[in-house]
Write a protein that binds this ligand. Structure first.
Ligand code: VG1
Ligand code: CO
Length: 543
């Protein structure tokens, strides 16, 4: 086996976004593209000599080829070992767990999450640190800086490692350990939840539909739900991961998981429906005729987590991203614990979890998780819901009704304008920034602006400051709108508009969200001038 030092030069645009580097697959497949980025990660974390990494991905097109390159590069850079999920498969939360369980120096996760996969779709790669969480901004800044000055990378000339055979093998001087991707994760879930109670629920005829969306959670959900919890065979649908996710969009929301929505709102609907995304870190929860918004799901889980054995002693605190609704804040207030508001992206929760300040975290984008790993975790959220359903004997709709009756309802919706011309999207944001001083006091329909500012976050643990994290406009009515440009897209810009209005009148908490938010929606469009500046009449996706 020969080791090569390959001369290269920097490639533009290798700046990690909200969750690693995401590009069109063909961009990643260009000569030196993946290699430059992997070497920059290795250099950015102080080299690989003697280190051990977890490596795995969501199984999308190019996953297996990219892993072979990563392994040959890790070996050439002097790594001691790589622990790889069988077949190159690891869900994002399972990878996070494995990093923590085995005490490795971090891991490389190959995924573009909910973005479609295939030669003409998306691919992604990110580095997670030794705590199992996404690299902090400090680390991603160093990795990016390295991509702009790289002049060589190291790679071994070797035949492919057999990723399908469990056990140890070697690549040059590096040990490669192929592990079952599900076993350790399933054991972790069993340690957190009352499996006996959930098993009893299924034994009593409770029916569930879990849509794995042809993505990575198929094998995890089948093992946990059908094998360990005795849910009837067929509970998991679309459970075999495919490199292009069956040609679909593995994004668990009412638009892309429409089959599940139809089943849950149709005649003979099961009691409980759930779905997860490409890499298994997102979740969608839907009861019989009752979709639960991710912000509400976070609030309910935080409120009732103590019903599961893993959280019986209560929560240290809650954390949510700023665009997520304040429903969780109301739960935190009632419990007398802190609710932190961070910028978008799971990397900002890491310090709060490591420091024991927060136990449960969540984002409006269908991400919920806890201190059991350092990523959001789709199946974890589904199992916590199941545990709560088993412990209370109530339906999803009843739990939501109880919750809104007690806490009021934070009506919430997100409107996405996708593949917008980048200059136009930047114009929308810049024009609003220029109007911060004059917006307060102005009225838009019945709503009057109270405040307008850009969100910045001071991390209470390491003191770092993150600026430019989205524009927030508050109304005197208590409603608010937030505007952000996505950091995970691969085409043009995606403008996200987050809309919220609190309703505490118990008679008015069961309206349609779009109707309840009509005034905020209209004010949001007028303030930003989305129609004139982007030429778009309506959002592409409403969640
Ligand atoms: C989106 C979501 C954000 C989430 C991120 C990664 O980011 O809004 O909440 O953390 O995706 O999720 P953005 O920058 O496009 O808004 V995943 O499941 O795609 O790793
Ligand atoms: Co994801």
């Amino acid at each position: 086996m020969t080791q090569h030092i390959v001369k290269t030069s920097p490639i533009d645009g290798q700046k990690p976004g909200t969750s690693g580097l995401r590009k069109k697959t063909r961009v990643f497949m260009q000569p030196h593209y993946l290699e430059n980025y992997v070497q920059s990660i290795f250099d950015g974390i102080g080299g690989m000599r003697g280190k051990t990494l977890v490596v795995g991905g969501d199984g999308r097109y190019f996953n297996d080829r990219a892993i072979q390159v990563i392994l040959r590069m890790a070996a050439a850079n002097g790594a001691a070992a790589c622990i790889v999920g069988q077949g190159g498969i690891l869900s994002t939360p399972a990878a996070s767990h494995l990093i923590r369980l085995r005490g490795t120096d971090g891991g490389l996760i190959l995924s573009a999450s909910h973005n479609p996969g295939g030669p003409d779709e998306d691919f992604g790669l990110k580095y997670n640190g030794p705590n199992g969480g996404p690299a902090t901004e400090g680390v991603t800044d160093r990795i990016f800086a390295r991509t702009t000055e790289i002049d060589e990378y190291r790679i071994l000339d070797a035949t492919d490692v057999d990723l399908n055979s469990i056990g140890d093998t070697s690549l040059g001087d590096m040990r490669v350990e192929i592990v079952d991707p599900v076993t350790d994760y399933a054991a972790l879930m069993e340690s957190l939840f009352d499996f006996a109670a959930i098993r009893a629920l299924f034994a009593n005829g409770f029916r569930m539909r879990f849509d794995a969306m042809h993505a990575v959670t198929g094998p995890y959900a089948t093992e946990i739900l059908e094998n360990r919890l005795d849910a009837p065979k067929g509970t998991v649908v679309n459970g075999v991961p495919s490199p292009d996710f069956g040609g679909g969009h593995p994004d668990p929301n009412p638009i892309w998981a429409k089959d599940l929505m139809d089943a849950m709102y149709g005649a003979d609907a099961p009691d409980f429906g759930a779905a997860s995304d490409g890499d298994g870190d997102r979740n969608m929860i839907v009861g019989k005729g009752s979709y639960v918004s991710p912000s509400d799901s976070l609030a309910v889980l935080a409120d009732l987590a103590h019903l599961a054995p893993g959280y019986a002693k209560g929560l240290a605190g809650i954390a949510r991203s700023m665009p997520t609704s304040a429903a969780a804040d109301r739960v935190a207030k009632a419990k007398g614990i802190q609710c932190y508001a961070t910028p978008t992206g799971w990397k900002f929760f890491g310090n709060l979890l490591d420091d024991g300040r927060a136990t449960i975290c969540g984002e409006e984008s269908a991400g919920t998780g806890s201190d059991h790993v350092r990523e959001k975790d789709g199946l974890w959220a589904v199992l916590l819901w199941l545990n709560i359903l088993a412990a209370t004997g109530k339906s999803v709709a009843e739990l939501m009704r109880d919750h809104w009756a007690r806490y009021g309802r934070n009506y919430y919706s997100r409107h996405d304008y996708e593949a917008v011309d980048t200059a136009a999207a930047n114009q929308v944001m810049d024009d609003m920034r220029a109007a911060f001083a004059t917006l307060p006091g102005q009225s838009f329909g019945p709503l009057t602006v109270e405040s307008a500012e850009e969100f910045a976050y001071d991390d209470p643990v390491d003191g770092s400051r993150s600026t430019g994290q989205g524009i927030m406009v508050g109304f005197t009515s208590g409603g608010r709108v937030m505007y952000r440009l996505s950091g995970t897209g691969t085409e043009g810009a995606t403008l996200r508009v987050y809309l919220e209005q609190l309703e505490t009148d118990p008679q008015a908490v069961e309206k349609d969200a779009q109707m309840a938010l009509a005034e905020v929606i209209s004010a949001a469009d007028q303030i930003a001038g989305i129609r004139q500046k982007t030429g778009r009449d309506a959002p592409d996706v409403i969640t």
